[in-house]
Write a protein that binds this ligand. Sequence first.
Ligand code: NIG
Ligand code: FE
Length: 417
Amino acid sequence: MLIHNISQLLTMKGGPQRGHDLGKLGLIEQGALLMRGENIEAVGTQDELLTKYPDEPRLDANGKVILPGFVDPHTHLVWAGDRAVEFEMRLEGRTYLEILAAGGGIISTVEATRSADYQTLFAQTRARAKTMFRYGTTTAEAKTGYGLECKSELDQLQILMDLDKEGPLEIVPTFLPAHAVAPEYKTNPDEYVRLICSKMLPAAREHWVKHAAGKPMPFVDVFCETGAFDLVQSRRIFETARDLGFPLKIHADEFDNLGGARLAAELGAASADHLVKTSLADIEALAASSTVAVALPCTPFGLGQSEYTPARQILDKGGLLALATDCNPGTAWCENMQFVIALACRALKLTPAQAIAASTINSAAAIQRADRIGSIEPGKQADLVFLSVDDYRHLGYRFGENLVNTVVKKGRIIPIL
Ligand code: NIG
Ligand code: FE
C-alpha cells in the first residue's frame, strides 16, 4: 500500500535525539510511504515513490500530516474504580503524600483493584487502552502496581499480556509490586521488600518465561519516594531484578530527591521518570548515561502544582528526554499524548518539534524499542498517525480536541474520526 499526498511526513529518522538535537523531524514535504505487511518498505517524496512503484495500491492522505504513532512510555493502565473524592480533598488543602500516609492514595486503588474480578478489571483497563489508541498512541508501556501481593500483581501482568494480544494498542508491561508498601506490611516495610525480592520477582519471571512466547522481559520499576521506598530498599529490589534479567525503570524525584535518578544512571536503567526535584548534579549523571529522562507533565498539572521537570536543563546537559502521560487514577487520569505535547510546550518550554520527538523516537528509546518503533523508516513497524491538519505545529498549539484522523498499527489502517 502506497500512501501519498502527505502534506508533511515527519519521519523522525536517525535514532534517539540527545540534548539540543531534540526536535529533528526528518520532515518530507509532499511525502509518500510504502507499507508491506506489518512494516514500512520505502519513504520519500510523492514524486519519487509514485514513479518507483506505479502498480502499488494507493491511499490518498488528502494533504494530511503523517507521523509515527505516539509511544507512551509510562502508564499505570490497570486499575479499578476512581479517586474523584481525593481530588476534591486535595483541592481542599490535603497533599498527595498526606493522603497516602493516611492509607488513601495508591492504597485505596489497591483495595478497589484487589476486590475487582478479572473480567471487570480487564474491561476497565481495555476502555483506557481504546481511548489511548483513539488519541494516536500505538504503543504504551503499562505497569502493574495496584495489587501489592503476588497473585494480584501476576493477574495484572496477565491482563496486560492479554490486552497486548488483543490489540490494536501494543503494550509493553512493567512489573511494579514496589509501587507502595502493601498495607499488610505497613509496620514492617523491609519485610515487604524481602517478599518482593524472594518471591514476587522470581514468580513474575517464571510467569513471563512460561507465557510470553519469547518476548523481551518486562521492566521492573520502583517508586523511590518518601512514604514509598527509600534508596537502600530501591537498590535491593533493582539488584535482585537485574540479576533475574529484568530491565529497569524508576519513579524518581516526584516529590523529594532521594537519589533515585543517580541510582538509575548507575544501574543502567532504561529510564528515570518524573524528575521534578532532580538536582543539577543528578541531571548531569543522567545525561552522561544511556538512561532516558521521562517527564510526566500531566502529574504536576493533575496535582495543581506549579513545579515541572526542568526539561531545558536536561537538554542543556545533553540528556535524552522523553514524554509520557503517567495515566493513573491518583495524579493524572489522562490517556492523551496530544495533551501531553500541548502541556510540554507551555510548562516545559519545548517546541512542538521537540515535544513530538520526545513522544515518538525518544519515548520508544525509554522502553528500549527504538529499533522497531518511534520513526518512519524502511524496515520499521508501520505504526502511523494521520492528523486532520496540514501543519504539524497544530500539535502543541491546539489542545483539548482530538486531531488524529486515522491510526495505522502494524500496517492495519484504522479510521478514528
Ligand atoms: O506516577 N507516583 C507513583 N505512581 C503514580 C501515582 C499513582 C497513584 O496515585 O495511584 C505516579 O504519579
Ligand atoms: Fe507513575
